[in-house]
Design a protein around this ligand. Sequence first.
Ligand code: ADP
Length: 305
Amino acid sequence: MTPALKIQGLRKTYQNGFVALDGIDLEVAQGDFFALLGPNGAGKSTTIGIISSLVTKSGGKVIVHGVDIDIDYPGAKKFLGIVPQEFNFNVFEKVEDILTNQAGYYGIPYGVAKERTEHYLNRLGLADKRHESARNLSGGMKRRLMIARALIHAPKLLILDEPTAGVDIEMRRAMYEFLKEINAAGTTIILTTHYLEDAEALCRNIAIINHGKIVTNRSIRELLRDLNKEVFLLDCADTLPAEIAVNGFELKRLDDHCLEVVINKGQDLTAVFRTLGDKQISVVSMRNEANRLEQMFVNLLEQSA
Ligand code: ADP
């Protein structure tokens, strides 16, 4: 099946020479719920800006449902609903009109536009605000209005840039439920976030971006499994045997005297020491190898605190 989104070798160098995207590749399957996770400044908004044609890329390709944005942007745009971080509707326009007018831009017949507007106003808790100017809405309501507007032309791919930034916990839960619902109904969703919690609660697959590069790209389940592992290096006074195994442990002989032990957090190392002791091998020191991913998450948490 054609991927919902395919990004190849995407690069962005801003005018001041800053390299915000250093050649990223991504592929998101139709129907997926995908997280692009990374700390502030990683390049998430730049990526979305390029997909939505607000930022000019310096190189690479973006293909939406098989349509190259360089060749046929209007064609690609039909598949796309984008919710940027900044509110960009006309704040003097009425809530209801923002939705029906948006439908008009996409050539949606008035009757259908009305029906969809009604549906999203109700579903997103905006029905009693329909006649208000958008400027009178709370921040959370504005965010929901942005989502409703992005969905009005029934896009196959919905991309949200930091949808939960500054959103309180209760609202965040309601937003999770809504997004899960439309994903289950067939819309592919990509969101950017700097909360692992968002990705964990919602997404099936994840790419982590840092300094304009994709650091890892796989399923959330695999990522969480790896985050739960700890790596120790044991330096031994005596020469290690060529083959060494202990039930329930991942061991790797790095050289004659150094043994790498990978454990699940909380698992104790007694059995490893016992086996080494039985073989007359004494351990002179033990180091805890910093988990690269974990270090990144510590940085992320510090930023989002
Ligand atoms: P994120 O969304 O992951 O927080 P951004 O894509 O917004 O990251 O930014 C990536 C980097 O590019 C940041 O270091 C940011 O300061 C820089 N940047 C963004 N816009 C511009 C610009 N117009 N000119 C120069 N640098 C920019």
